[in-house]
Design a protein around this ligand. Structure first.
Ligand code: PLP
Length: 396
């Protein structure tokens, strides 16, 4: 059967591919240490689960409004006021089946065939695929260790053209862990001010997983707020990946367009997850803060472990739960028949030789790096790094 040409425009996410390969080896009885995980290894906090149980008991079982329940939209507006000092009203909010759908809605609502979309590297895999789905043209903006994987205003100014429709970034960043501070955002805003035709997508899903203090949103700058779309969700900060609940805050016309799209794709998001989300977003954040405390402890340990690995070049992540070392020191080295030519090879070598799953940096637009997740317990992290060190030592 001939399938649609749309499928040729994008590929399976490398992150999901690694999860699949890891599962396949595990099914063969091999003890795989998983450092490829893109989700918290914590359980959803009890008070949120209780809210969901109550929603089931109270028969929240019918179709939901396409853009989400009004009282959830209000809770999201309260969250923006509480955490980000941002004023939104329900007409700005669209609730979706995960932040991934929020991103799909936003990109497909704004980007037309041939429109340029600027994405700084390294970036989360899905941004590029969604732009390709929309038939937009991706322009990658390379960043490296020298700037802590953040773009400079000069770089941005140079990259923007009259055809640029959109700019997409995440802070905290998956995979680099880079976090833009207020001054850095303000410097970028000064550039965007000179290019009023550019819509900005600010993916803030790792907002709470920030090791440097207060999260800063680019939407706080009034001059660009009316063309900025904030993407956020419950997956990371509340350990609710499987509940599939994300949301956006956008200028009302974009929010309305996204609702129209969503109305044909999935309709409104899951009723139980939405009721639970109201509790998650309005209750104190103690459980999330506890999770971040544990992630901080692991990050400190991971930094110690990385110091002892020859040839890893990296910065300390300020947010999210990934280390993103540059590993090109190993390119061109061999261990018997195994040759490492690039990060893809190194990631596969570590999977097969060390039985540790990682994600190649090429999945995130940087083919010199590897992403190592510390969303795994301390024992596994230590075991994983020990195995990685042994396998790397065997490369000559
Ligand atoms: N944005 C980034 C940067 C992510 O890393 C992820 C998930 O890995 C998402 C968005 C999507 O999250 P959700 O589970 O809400 O679809």
């Amino acid at each position: 059967m001939e399938l649609s040409s749309l499928l040729n425009r994008f590929t399976e996410p490398e992150t999901l591919k690694m999860a699949r390969l890891g599962r396949e080896l595990r099914a063969k009885g091999i003890d795989i240490v998983d450092l490829s995980l893109g989700e918290p290894d914590f359980d959803t906090p009890e008070h949120i689960k209780e809210a969901a149980k109550k929603a089931v008991a109270d028969n929240w079982s019918h179709y939901t409004p396409v853009g989400g329940y009004l009282d959830l939209k209000e809770a999201i507006c309260q969250k923006f006021a509480r955490d980000n000092d941002l004023v939104y009203t329900p007409e700005n909010i669209v609730v979706s089946t995960g932040a991934k759908q929020s991103l799909a809605n936003a990109i497909l609502s704004v980007v037309d065939e041939g429109d340029e979309v600027i994405i700084p590297t390294p970036f989360w895999v899905t941004y590029e695929a969604l732009v390709q789905l929309a038939k937009g043209t991706v322009r990658l903006l390379k960043t490296g260790l020298d700037t802590g994987y953040k773009i400079t205003p000069e770089q941005l100014e140079k990259a923007l053209t009259p055809n640029t429709k959109m700019f997409i970034f995440s802070s905290p960043c998956n995979p680099s862990g880079a976090v833009y501070n207020k001054q850095e955002l303000s410097n970028l805003v000064a550039v965007f001010e000179r290019h009023p035709h550019v819509v900005i997508i600010s993916d803030e899903i790792y907002e709470y997983i920030n090791y440097r203090g207060k999260h800063e949103s680019i939407a706080q700058f009034d001059v660009i707020k009316d063309r900025t779309i904030i993407i956020n969700g419950l997956s990371k900060g509340f350990a609710m990946t499987g509940w599939r609940l994300g949301y956006m805050a956008a200028p009302a016309p974009i929010a309305k367009a996204c609702e129209k799209l969503q109305g044909q794709f999935t309709s409104g998001p899951n009723s139980i997850a939405q009721r639970a989300a109201i509790t998650a977003l309005t209750a104190p954040l103690d459980a999330s803060l506890e999770m971040v405390k544990e992630l901080t402890r692991r990050k400190v340990r991971v930094m110690e472990l990385m110091k002892n690995i020859e040839g890893f070049d990296y910065t300390e992540p300020d947010g999210a739960f990934y280390a993103f070392p540059c590993v090109d020191f190993y390119f061109g080295k061999k261990n018997g028949p195994d040759e490492v030519r690039n990060a893809d090879d190194l990631s596969m070598y570590l999977l097969n030789k060390a039985n540790v799953s990682t994600v190649t940096g090429s999945a995130f637009g940087d083919d010199r790096c590897l992403r190592l997740s510390f969303a795994n317990n301390m024992e596994n992290i230590e075991k994983g790094f020990e195995r990685i060190a042994v396998a790397l030592n065997a490369l000559h």
